[in-house]
Design a protein around this ligand. Structure first.
Ligand code: UT7
Length: 328
């Protein structure tokens, strides 16, 4: 019997503070009508506590999952954290999270592929399950985007929010789980969406800080043009490769960067919007957390055997698609 990797639990955490469009109107030259029509975002969550960051949100989500599943943290073999906002350059946030939740038998590492971090991490984790070497893996997407957003830049400050989501991956032989995946990257897209300084090329200096080079830098239109094609393409590719017709798909689980990109993807797949997990209006773009936040919110509507298509597009450029059969 073929072993596949099944998602057997999901959970999420978002901070309490709500930054809505009306408050943003007081911070930058923008308005609710523009933000809603161009992006579909109405509000986002912000982690205000100065002493808390990505690992905290990841650990909160993971603790909820363990409690819900009545699982000891000692049973976790591996913790993978998908993030672009690690607590520190090193050690990996995954190590910090494992310590916070008491997963002392787990090893762990971080994966960074911008807004595709979670789908890349889930794909990588799947291989550890399929080979039979690991039995319980936490795949966490967590980002404190407010730590790298310039709240004087109207082009980016309206888009991002903070949050975390987690799935538990376990082996199954019942035919459900992750059936297919295809990941892509194109580094020539680097210049359109990146954080200029803080890495080894431009370490922090007084100048990089004065020039605001530690924030998200984006040419929105250039990213949009590629995203709208690639995210739809890879979703359609997942359907074709697996002989799925629109009526076979229970839900599309898309990255939440812009409602117009999500609409185009659903349209390309031929599915109606009631089959699309959409929460961009209340969370904005939470980068690595978007997919597990959707899964956690829609969990109560999912049935064993439901066909889901997960898809993302992000800086890099990075994009990808996963076809899975829901396992519970
Ligand atoms: O998550 C990783 C991947 N990221 C994405 O997929 C994001 C892709 N990009 C987008 O979602 C869209 O490009 C944005 C939502 C960021 C922007 O929407 P747009 O329709 O591409 O707007 P634009 O950048 O072309 O700007 C149109 C106009 C400009 O004014 P002019 O030059 O036409 O006079 C901007 O200066 O809107 C102006 N503008 C704003 N106006 C009010 C830009 N930001 C704002 C704002 N409020 N916040």
């Amino acid at each position: 019997m073929k072993i596949t990797a099944a998602i057997t639990a999901v959970s999420a955490y978002v901070p309490d503070y709500i930054l809505n469009n009306q408050e943003l109107e007081k911070m930058v030259d923008t308005n609710n009508e523009w933000i809603m029509s161009r992006s579909g975002i109405s509000e986002r969550r912000i982690l205000k506590d100065k002493d808390k960051a990505t690992a905290f949100m990841a650990a909160e989500a993971a603790k909820k999952l363990l409690e819900k599943k009545n699982l000891s943290p000692l049973e976790i073999d591996l913790t993978i954290v998908a993030t672009v906002t690690p607590d520190h350059q090193y050690p990996a946030t995954a190590n910090i999270v494992s310590d916070m939740i008491g997963a002392t038998n787990a090893w762990g590492f971080d994966i960074q592929a911008a807004c595709s971090s979670f789908i890349y991490a889930l794909t990588a984790a799947t291989k550890f399950i399929e080979t039979g070497t690991h039995k319980k893996i936490l795949v966490i997407g967590s980002d404190k985007m407010s730590s790298i957003v310039d709240y004087t830049d109207r082009k980016t400050s309206i888009l991002f929010g903070d949050g975390a989501g987690v799935v538990l991956l376990e082996p199954t032989t019942d035919g459900t789980g992750i059936i297919d995946s295809k990941m892509y990257s194109d580094g020539s897209g680097k210049k359109y969406l990146y954080q200029p300084a803080g890495g080894s090329l431009f370490p922090p200096t007084v100048e990089t800080i004065a020039n605001k080079q530690h924030f998200v830098e984006m040419d929105g239109q250039a990213v949009f043009k590629v995203a709208v094609i690639k995210m739809a393409d890879v979703a359609a590719e997942m359907m074709e490769r697996n002989h799925l017709k629109a009526e076979d798909v229970a839900y599309l689980v898309p990255h939440q960067a812009n409602k117009r990109i999500i609409d185009a993807t659903a349209n390309r797949m031929g599915i109606s919007m009631d089959k699309v997990m959409l929460n961009i209006q209340k969370y904005g773009n939470t980068t690595s957390a978007t997919l597990p936040l959707c899964l956690a919110e829609w969990e109560h509507l999912l049935k064993k055997g439901d066909n889901l298509i997960l898809t993302t597009f992000g800086a890099g450029f990075t994009w990808g698609g996963i076809y899975l059969k829901w396992s519970y």
